[in-house]
Design a protein around this ligand. Sequence first.
Ligand SMILES: [Zn+2]
Length: 266
Amino acid sequence: MSLYLEQIRQLVELQHVDDQIFDVKKELSAAPLEVKELTNRFRDEETKLAKIMDKLQHMKEQQKRIDVDLEDETSRLKKSKSKLMQVSNNKEFQAMAREMDNMERNTRTHEEERVTLREEIENQDQALKEVQVICDELKIDLAAKEANLATRIKKANEEFSKLENLRNETGGDVPAPVLARYEFIRRRLDHPVIVPVKESICRGCHIAIPPQTFIELQRGQQIWSCPNCQRLIYWAEHFHDVHQVERKPVKEEITFAEDLNLGESI
Ligand SMILES: [Zn+2]
């Protein structure tokens, strides 16, 4: 293997370790966020539950009031009916009959209200049951996630220190100026630093590199940077990265640093 290819191999190996570090860091920030998000969802459902319960309580009080009113109206109507029997005067009879008509109308309105209210209470009861189920499920889920969080973080931290050690070893194989170049880009771009060029397209930014740079790249003598995204590039035909998975670059928009020369080799 030529020196050039050996360096590419070392850098790709280092990139692979960095890929894993990147994933572990993602896990370290995602794990608490997942718990937080679930807590928020649980709280939202609890608020919903409390609102329905309030509504139900209010409606049940209303129902009681209507029941009392109805009872009252029915007994008054009954009394009026018996009184009506005793009335001898026609005018008085007419007046009482009108009053009773009014009372009956009121009773009917209250009965209708009672039916509507009963239906609404049934609806809210159903909604309450549904939200309660969601709440119960979320509570179980949340408890499990909370219990698991510490383990997840611990595991990720262990993995992180293992990877840091591995990174020191892997980085130690790379010649200092090349490593410095890699680290320089890593600090600015985060992820990934070195990418293959396939069919003259940089796999970091998905933009075609200029023909002249591509010709130079194919010569395989120097390590080149993509003139667009500044990532280190190599020709995919020169080196096959067994770990290669298309990873979406993290920071697409970058400001070119003054000291990074466009399309320059190391
Ligand atoms: Zn690029």
